[in-house]
Design a binder for this molecule. Sequence first.
Ligand SMILES: [Zn+2]
Length: 120
Amino acid sequence: MGLFNSIFADLKCPSKGGISKDTEIQIKWQHQKARGISSYRVGDVLEEIEDEYNNTWIRTDFICNACSKFTTGWKGMEYIRSEDQSRHVIFVKIEKSKICEILLEAEFNKIGVKDFVDYL
Ligand SMILES: [Zn+2]
């Protein structure tokens, strides 16, 4: 529901080991007025971020374009049907409104951090 912004990143696929390129992670972590217009990458600052999502790790997921099955649609456009979406869990670190790091679940478990905001 409503508008969202997006983070784009190349993410490692934990099932096949390939790279899910330019993968969109939809976020609603900013105040309403800052939503629906922007895309970000790691290193960018999320302006008007809500306190809840600042200075923390956030658990979310992404639709993997390395291991989801693509369907060829109209005019040869390739897309992933919703029933074919393969999702993986990731953790995003926000520090002082900045997108610092994105880790896969296995990597996150290794660093031993127990506190995070659940956005799944
Ligand atoms: Zn995958």
